[in-house]
Design a protein around this ligand. Sequence first.
Ligand SMILES: [Fe+2]
Length: 385
Amino acid sequence: MKIIQKLPNSVSSSIRLRFLSDREKTIAGAEKELPLVIEPVKEKSFGALTELVRDNSDWFNQQRDTYGAILFRGFEVENGTQFESILELLKIKLASYYHFGSAQRVRITDKVFTSSEASPDLILMPHNELNMVPVRPNILAFFCQIQPALYGETPIINTEKIFNGLSSSFQYQLANFPQKYVRFVPENLLDIVFEKLSREEITEMLQNGGFNFHWEPDGSLYFECSYIPLFTHPRTGKVCLGLSTFDCLATREWYQSIAQRYQLGKRLYYKWLPSKLYKILEQRRTVKVTVEDNSQQRSSRLNTYFVNEEGKSFKLREAQASELGKTEWKNAVVFPWKQGDILVIDNLQVAHGRLNTREPRKILTAFGDMLDIRNMKSPSFQNAN
Ligand SMILES: [Fe+2]
């Protein structure tokens, strides 16, 4: 069946609008209209892009709301300062802090960071940025300064499509049971997670955010919060699923989908190890995936649960984890980065991740237009059964 793609009418004769073709993607997935690609017809200088964005910022933001993400491709953008200035011209109120993050990052400018410095072999599962805290970015942007030597894609996924692809009992759970995020940060890592805030400032921020928290005698910190992960987009009314349901069996579905990228031993591990054993081995490993300080080998940990009507916490069932991983993969758009790409994502509608890669790879990131999840409405959803 031929898919009819709906492109908007262009706002300028100097650009061409299109969607990525299957040839430009790593996998030809089900999603065909994410992101909207904006390319120069002729003039590709940074000055031309600046002028284009300055004159049409509202229009670009509308397209981002409609399609979930826009990709400026083929323009001559060279560094983090230029990236930041394009985001400022899009009138995004960029955040100059990165509190609560769980990835080690390097600051490039006041408002631009390197994206995760996680080990190149790992897959970072799709998530919405800072989904585990109440005040989170509406807009998230990436800039490809150095094209990855190999792989290193940033898959993006429309979360409404993930939700629609799940079984009705799973949908009911996501729509009605709060998801609880429990975080432990050892004292020696507080500076990374809270960027040099004092203990008093951290306490005040957690109080304002409505967290349950306590400080340990050794200065380490536990905090938790919970929200229904399904909500209605404040401008478009679309259904959004805040994604941070990390489970090694969901991740396994992704490793299996790109197993050919790994050596034989790893391929067998991902494909054939019995799931019970796989889970035990992976849980040992994932404790170390979040921030780790080599001097003390103490890890920051994030655990996610659902909370039932009686207030009891529970984890995803094995079958649900694998259903989620499969549905994410099926709807993911996976495309190789090109030097100079700027990808602007609606972080409420669209989740992102990172596939394995080979250095060099330099993808910068920035975010802004912070919103409070506690002000969002939840769509009603009843179990069909
Ligand atoms: Fe992220």
